[in-house]
Design a protein around this ligand. Structure first.
Ligand code: DQA
Length: 146
């Protein structure tokens, strides 16, 4: 794929998980909307979710081998903990947009720091599932001008 969307731990529970923060949209709904928008633009997009840090890291390594151009990533709780996942993205040097459904800055202080934001193209936080589509819109326009 040219674009890869990576969802971190517990995002498989979207739709039922703390809907006040994360909404009622399921991960399947989000992935379908992203796949449809990408297909309409003639761009190949894959989505991947895992609850395992190592699996996420290995998917990022594989993305490099597949020639993926850009990532959209919601590292979920690993945002605030994972030097290893940050290092994986830095190693393969695939530019990425960081997305969070909730506004992490309006929540507990341990969510205010991200291991990803300083190496991201940009960050979308607090716009719910629409944040993914806005990130995709941005990357589609980047792909056109590449
Ligand atoms: C999240 C925010 C994180 O703090 C949290 O651990 C998540 C989801 C979000 O999308 O709002 O699992 O990344």
């Amino acid at each position: 794929p040219r674009l890869l969307v990576i969802h971190g731990p517990n995002l498989n529970l979207l739709g039922s998980r703390e809907p006040g923060y994360y909404g009622l949209t399921t991960l399947a709904d989000i992935n379908l909307a992203l796949a449809r928008r990408a297909a309409a633009a003639g761009v190949d997009l894959d989505c991947f979710q895992s609850n395992h840090e190592g699996a996420l890291i290995e998917r990022i390594h594989a993305a490099h081998e597949q020639g993926v151009r850009y990532l959209i990533i919601n590292p979920a709780a690993y945002t605030h903990t994972s030097v290893a996942l940050r290092d994986a993205i830095a190693a393969v040097r695939i530019p990425f947009v960081e997305v969070h459904l909730s506004n992490v800055h309006a929540r507990e202080s341990f969510r205010h720091h991200s291991y990803f934001s300083d190496i991201a193209i940009g960050v979308i936080t607090g716009l719910g599932s629409e944040g993914y589509l806005l990130a995709l819109e941005y990357l589609l326009s980047r792909l056109k001008s590449d």
